[in-house]
Design a protein around this ligand. Sequence first.
Ligand SMILES: *[C@@H]1O[C@H](CO)[C@@H](O)[C@H](O)[C@H]1NC(C)=O
Ligand SMILES: *[C@@H]1O[C@H](CO)[C@@H](O)[C@H](O)[C@H]1NC(C)=O
Ligand SMILES: *[C@@H]1O[C@H](CO)[C@@H](O)[C@H](O)[C@H]1NC(C)=O
Length: 319
Amino acid sequence: MDFIRWIPIFHILLAANLFLCISQNLKTEAVRHQDSRHNVLFIVVDDLRPALGCYEVSKYITPNIDQLCSMGIKFSNAYAQQALCGPSRVSFLTSRRPDTTRLYDVHSYWRHAAGNFTTLPQHFKEHGYHTASVGKVFHPGKSSNFNDDQPYSWSEKPYHPSTQAYKNSKVCAGPGGRKYSNIVCPVNVTQQPEATLPDMQSTRQAMQFLRDRARLESSPSTAPTAPFFLAVGYHKPHVPLKYPEQFLDLYPLSTVPLASNRHYPEHMPLVAWNPWTDLRDRDDVKELNVSFPFGPLPDDYQCLEARAHNAIGGKEWKD
Ligand SMILES: *[C@@H]1O[C@H](CO)[C@@H](O)[C@H](O)[C@H]1NC(C)=O
Ligand SMILES: *[C@@H]1O[C@H](CO)[C@@H](O)[C@H](O)[C@H]1NC(C)=O
Ligand SMILES: *[C@@H]1O[C@H](CO)[C@@H](O)[C@H](O)[C@H]1NC(C)=O
């Protein structure tokens, strides 16, 4: 994206979802056909904690995010408002705490349940911006009225990657040459349905949006264009962990330690325990016969990457 001249202002805020808000100037040097306001690229990443190079140097390989970080403001003291995707998104997208949105699950739409609150993209839209959504920005389904809060928040139909439909399909290679529905699944992308993955589709769509805009803004024949607010929401690292297998090579197994605290707290009230039934349904976890509801995962499985290697018949895990 070398046609973009970045303005060195952006913010990283961490929530149950991590999101990056990047204020950028997409105008070309030569032609200025837009009003003087900045374009905004808003990046939301599902379930990402600060496992990024610019937070924990040398532990994670994230060169592009690190580059953004080095040009902007990095927040180091932010909190998850609610430990679930839908209410967390509604909270930061309406700038209200869950106590105000009264949303603690994914079964209601805030405009019906709590109030007709203005969202962040809606605010831009109502101030002359062209707003567009790519991927998972609002939580889909009931949480956003089954339409990503259209037409309030977006100027155009939100884009969703078609291959998200295979999220729980049996597409992971495994023993016997059969396909499985696993929680961890390194893949040969060309062998996946439609030969791609959801986040790769979203990136392609967002890049196309930016290229189209750059072309439009630099064309001498067009009328001034409205600035844009483009939100791009990534599904990973939300489970299932399906990713191009070549990324395994970036993190040698000998460098991946077990979590230091792998035990539930003493005197924990039972209601606080999540027995992760969703994970237990996956083929790779099912075969471990983990006892319900507390049974620990085997150590070698806790080191998920190791399991992933074994599942695809790759390198052996050596402790
Ligand atoms: C909600 O607010 C929008 C403007 O932000 C307005 O157009 C709409 O009519 C309101 N809906 C209700 C039910 O009040
Ligand atoms: C991925 O799949 C394609 C198509 O089946 C194959 O040509 C390619 O060799 C595979 N790549 C790897 C690394 O196995
Ligand atoms: C889980 O249980 C099944 C059926 O009882 C058994 O065949 C399998 O070996 C067990 N797997 C493990 C990892 O203990």
